[in-house]
Design a protein around this ligand. Structure first.
Ligand code: AMP
Length: 194
């Protein structure tokens, strides 16, 4: 797999999550900077988004935020990032974040994080890309969601190979190794799964 230069983090914009998640997000931001990996994120100063960006910047990392104009006020566009791209819509934001990134990491978050995670996951499932996706399951936060995906597979709504399209880790230190060892699954055409 080619070296990861830019990595996109999807995570919550809420400040009300568990302190342990904030601490883990901060460790990950610093780790990215120390690893020389450019952070791409949603551009907000709030929630885990702000925590990851602040930690990466404090450790000397490069950070690009991508935020739609209308959200700049609500999520308080981060003023200190290396580059803040203000775009016209949520769709443009996600497309831009996708194009700029070699891999995706999902930290704990809410509805927006789910939307972002499932977009990169479903695009991979449809064979539109092969970039690594790692879910950081701190304290089992994503377990109910992973059970849902397992239920979909069990009931025949989702192909078994979907499970090979993402990795799940429970520690910050395991995220980058999981990305490095991510392998492109054998690409069955999406039509064969219908
Ligand atoms: P949340 O996980 O809900 O705190 O949101 C995390 C990020 O996802 C924030 O930057 C939100 O602006 C963004 N977001 C919220 N809703 C959506 C959506 N429907 N599509 C794409 N991104 C969203």
């Amino acid at each position: 797999m080619a070296e990861i230069q830019s990595l996109c983090v999807f995570c919550g914009s809420s400040n009300s999550g568990p302190p342990a998640h904030r601490a883990a997000a901060a460790r990950f931001g610093a780790l990215l900077a120390h690893s020389g990996i450019h952070l791409v994120f949603g551009g907000g100063r709030v929630g885990l988004m702000g925590v990851v960006a602040d930690a990466a910047l404090a450790a000397g990392g490069q950070v690009t935020g991508v935020i739609p104009k209308f959200l700049e006020d609500i999520e308080v566009g981060h003023p200190g990032v290396t580059r803040l791209l203000v775009v016209d819509s949520m769709h443009t934001r996600k497309r831009k974040m996708f194009d700029m990134s070699d891999a995706f990491v999902i930290l704990p978050g809410g509805l927006g994080t789910l939307d972002e995670m499932f977009e990169v996951l479903t695009w991979k499932y449809l064979g539109l890309h092969a970039k690594p996706i790692v879910i950081a399951d701190f304290d089992g936060y994503w377990r109910p969601l992973l059970s849902q995906v397992a239920s979909q597979i069990q009931n025949g709504y989702t192909a078994m190979e979907a499970q090979k399209m993402f990795s799940v880790v429970d520690r910050v230190e395991d995220i980058l190794p999981a990305i490095e060892s991510a392998r492109v699954p054998p690409a069955a055409p999406a039509s064969e799964r219908l």
